[in-house]
Design a protein around this ligand. Structure first.
Ligand code: TRP
Length: 332
């Protein structure tokens, strides 16, 4: 059976980008296509300046939102990364097959470390090794597929290289996984800047729709989306990125093609109103389910406890095999 692994990082409140990019597809397709594990990768949230209380809060919230989005513990495994020791046990071995230059070339490392330096902050070593931790998240489960957003393909590529190199040197231990991507709206952009990803950890929030935003807030953000002064509505991603992006969001909500939707509106005011309504309706059931689940923290705890137990049982033998293969004596 196809093994599917993915994760979401609790560095900020989850956004419409997280939902349309991956969460929705995890729930609608991935959890039924094989044996799927979805993880709140809380260890990854420690790679940049963080507030411990906030990470705790966001981790629980992310897990609750994953369930609210439709992940069903009867059909998939939902857990916190830090609850499964294998995620901390494996990265060191992978660091012994990774090379320094390859890690420094990672685009996300380069961008984030430059940002930290510009803000006068030091760069944590864990930011550099982050992709190795991510590789461990995937390889520990012998995953075949990793459904992620476009910005993660380089990390999955590195994961493949590490798996291949380890297997070659120390014997077949890991499955070489591949990244998979949803067909539409894999990349949701900031409504105030259609050239920048809608990032949950960004500081300027006016262009970011959070999954738990009030409907009025969602509507306001949609109304204030940056478009252009061109006439009418047309789908031209190259020259009219703002309008094109709104059409893509609407397309992701309604299932209709962006080109076809463009013909239905004569101005960007009408388009923004339609986007506002579509997104509010898309998020309504998710918000309602999140409220229900939040009222029952015992249930969420139980899901995470059972999820971690299942994940541990799957990862343990593979990580043990890697320890043995690389030359470490098993405990006597
Ligand atoms: N790096 C991913 C992100 O920023 C999150 C992540 C960590 C992940 N470990 C993973 C995704 C394993 C898929 C599989 O979105």
């Amino acid at each position: 059976m196809t093994r599917i692994v993915s994760g979401v990082k609790p560095t900020g409140h989850l956004t419409l980008g997280n939902y349309l990019g991956v969460l929705r597809r995890w729930a609608a397709a991935d959890q039924d296509r094989g044996e799927a594990l979805f993880c709140v990768v809380d260890l990854h949230a420690l790679t940049v300046e963080h507030d411990p209380a906030r990470v705790r809060r966001l981790s629980r919230q992310a897990a609750t939102l994953m369930l609210a989005a439709g992940l069903d513990p009867a059909r998939c495994t939902v857990f916190l990364q830090s609850h499964v020791d294998e995620h901390a046990r494996l990265p060191y071995l992978l660091e012994c097959v990774a090379v320094d230059g390859g890690m420094r070339r990672m685009i996300q490392y380069r961008e984030k470390s430059a940002r930290a330096r510009a803000a006068g902050q030091s760069v944590r070593l864990s930011l550099l090794t982050y992709p190795v931790l991510m590789a461990a998240d995937i390889l520990a489960y012998r995953a075949d597929e990793v459904p992620v957003g476009e910005d993660q393909t380089q990390h999955v590529e590195l994961t493949r290289e590490l798996a291949e190199r380890f297997n070659q040197r120390y014997g077949r231990t890991f499955v070489v996984p591949r990244a998979t991507r949803p067909a539409v709206a894999a990349r949701v952009m900031d409504l105030r800047d259609p050239l920048v990803k809608m990032g949950k950890s960004h500081e300027a929030t006016a262009g970011i729709v959070y999954l738990l935003d009030e409907p009025e807030t969602v509507a306001r953000k949609a109304r204030r989306a940056v478009t252009d002064s061109g006439p009418g509505v047309s789908y031209e991603p190259g020259t009219r990125p703002g309008v094109a992006h709104l059409l893509e969001i609407l397309s992701a909500c309604t299932g209709a093609a962006p080109e076809k939707l463009a013909a239905a509106y004569n101005g960007d005011g009408a388009l923004k109103a339609a986007v506002a309504e579509a997104v509010v309706e898309l998020l309504r059931p998710l918000r309602a389910r999140h409220a229900e689940l939040s009222a029952d923290p015992g249930y969420v705890d139980a899901v995470l406890r059972e999820g971690a137990a299942r994940a541990r049982a799957l990862a343990r033998p593979t990580v043990d095999a890697a320890y043995a293969a690389i030359g470490l004596l098993p405990p006597v």
